[in-house]
Design a protein around this ligand. Structure first.
Ligand code: DC
Length: 225
């Protein structure tokens, strides 16, 4: 049977780490919607566009072509931006881009198209509330801001990305604020979502919790495409 799983929650709550593993275990497609907003942000920065200038960012909408490949590679106009979109200079601007309605509408179209007719696990901020309101399973994944900042800082250090714990925590707080206060499709839990607080859980525990929820929902049926 076909199943769709939405995972929403604030920045650095571990959504993508967990979603990638669940996707592999269930053999379904993982769609990282944050990567799309990041790729758009990268394009603007590369082209000297101020990310706080909504009109200028929206004006290039037809020039930005974003693709998510099955192997988690992100392409923007054919350039592999998988790594660079995780850099702090992109992270610090992405919430502005994600607050522009016209850009969201275009990327949401793409996201829905990617989820059409197949089993997916999609993570973001508005998946359960707006992108896939009929998702079979909706998870809202949270963790304390300190825990999220520490996890993201450790991840950055491993990838060789230059930053401090303080700067990462500041960025996480700023993005949480902008993402949850924007007018269009803000970050918030869908009323029918299941809350998972991962502050004191390992990745494995979170993955198993979600797989248990899926198994209960589909009662042992295969969820492959
Ligand atoms: O999940 P992430 O950190 O890669 O997301 C990057 C930014 O994109 C985040 O600050 C909020 C925004 N975003 C969004 O508004 N809606 C989504 N569905 C996914 C991400």
């Amino acid at each position: 049977m076909k199943v769709s799983i939405a995972i929403d929650g604030p920045a650095a709550a571990g959504k993508s780490t967990v979603a990638k593993i669940v996707a592999k275990r269930l053999n379904i497609t993982y769609i990282d919607t944050g990567a799309m907003y990041r790729a758009y942000t990268w394009y603007c920065l590369e082209n000297g566009i101020n990310c706080q200038d909504e009109a200028a960012c929206v004006a290039v909408i037809d020039k930005v072509h974003i693709e998510l490949l099955e192997n988690e590679v992100v392409l923007c106009n054919g350039t592999d931006v998988t790594e660079v979109i995780r850099e702090p200079y992109v992270s610090s601007q992405v919430s502005y881009i994600a607050s522009y309605k016209d850009i969201r509408l275009a990327l949401v179209d793409l996201q829905r198209e990617m989820a059409r007719n197949k089993s997916v696990i999609m993570d973001g901020r508005d998946i359960g509330t707006y992108v896939l309101p009929d998702a079979d399973i909706k998870i809202y994944q949270i963790a304390s801001v300190e825990e999220r900042a520490t996890r993201r800082y450790d991840e950055n250090v491993q990838k060789g990305i230059d930053c401090t714990l303080e700067s990462v925590e500041e960025d996480v707080r700023k993005r949480d604020y902008i993402d949850s206060h924007r007018d269009f499709a803000p970050l918030k839990p869908a009323p029918d979502s299941i809350l998972i607080d991962t502050s004191f859980m390992s990745v494995e525990e979170v993955v198993n919790t979600i797989i248990d929820i899926v198994n209960k929902k589909v009662k042992g049926e295969s969820v492959n495409e």
